[in-house]
Design a protein around this ligand. Sequence first.
Ligand code: SF4
Ligand code: SF4
Length: 422
Amino acid sequence: MGLEQYKGDMEMCCRCSACKFIPMQKVKGHQYAYVCPSISRYNFHAYSAGGRLNIGAAMLKDGMKYTDKLLDIVYNCQLCGACGVSCNYAMDMEVLEPINEFRIKCVEDKKTHPALDKIIANLKKQGSMIPGAKGKRGAWAAGLKIKDATKEKVDVLYHVGCLTSYDKNLQKLAKATAKILQKAGVNFGIAGDAEMCCGGRAYQMGYPKEFLNQAKKNMAMIKKAGVKTVVTSCADGYQAFKVLYDRFDLKGELKVLHISEYIDKLIRDGKLKPRRKVEMAATYHDPCRLGRLGEPWVHWEGKKIPGDRFVFDPPKPYRRGANGVYEPPRDVLKAIPGLKFTEMTRIKEYSWCCGAGGGVIESNPEFAKWTARERIEEAVSTGAEALVTACPWCEKIFNEAIKESGSSLKVYDIVELVEKAI
Ligand code: SF4
Ligand code: SF4
């Protein structure tokens, strides 16, 4: 089926351009009205969601005639989903799915991007998304007395993720997470060297077979370990386990929580008490795959009612991003004594992407950093001295952009601040 299944959605696009902005009703001024990094950066309609759908529809009709320009458009998109949320404010049609399918089609037709090819080759060889990563995946946990979930019975499996496991600057997030769970007395473990990439980023890059391969391996390991709950500290990992594994009927009854949800619950249950003051003015960045794209998958089967109108029996539900994980991270930040919390303009399902998604951090790092800089400016405009996020990929690209721009804004993951507070 692939791209073909979204023919009707692509033909529905009326070229209204709503997908370029946050919904008009939410706009608070010219500066932060835009929501699509691709059209904002390249300023030509083909780089918007509407443009991509128009091209997809035309190519289905007239044949897949690839050009370098077309591939530039396809790969310069973070697959962040902001376009779909804005479009779906008024329209009932799929937007992100056909954009993702378009990329899958390019990969099937061997019109791949060399930087992404390299990532996927490494995934197949070493099981991680980090080419050149040295050492063992579970090495960060040495000496921390963390249970091996593949050998000991645990209530919770902490899935660490590729970037946090291997990046020397981000392993602190895994250590902070482990410390928080230990402090709260949670019976948790990690899979260590047996942990595998969740596969989520491979799916975004247009490689569904490689995604499924990873997903099946992970679920087999989880089943064997008898684990019922998985906690991730990476938004990509969260979306993979929670949404994609469910979509492809692999998740079963597995409970999937992001660490911000789990910490929120631990605080509410009185198992974790943030008592130490963390005096700073901070704002929060919603990672796309924890927020709008972390919204649970809705299984639906039905058929289009014959005729010109795009109506289905039973009515087709659309995921509009409102049911992502928004309040738990905010509640955790508000529970930290001394922290002054302030919001940016584009928040929750209307959040601006950090720039790292869809393989853009690998395929076009300049565009990824440009996107991050836009968010950094927005964070600075609130008067905040710190930008807090809940995904290592966001922290990585924000720090890279700050290094170049010289901004004094500090970047933290939510687990780093909770660690300070306990
Ligand atoms: S994708 Fe949706 S919002 Fe964008 S131009 Fe098409 S109909 Fe309008
Ligand atoms: S997924 Fe993000 S970058 Fe791609 S077209 Fe939509 S809003 Fe733009």
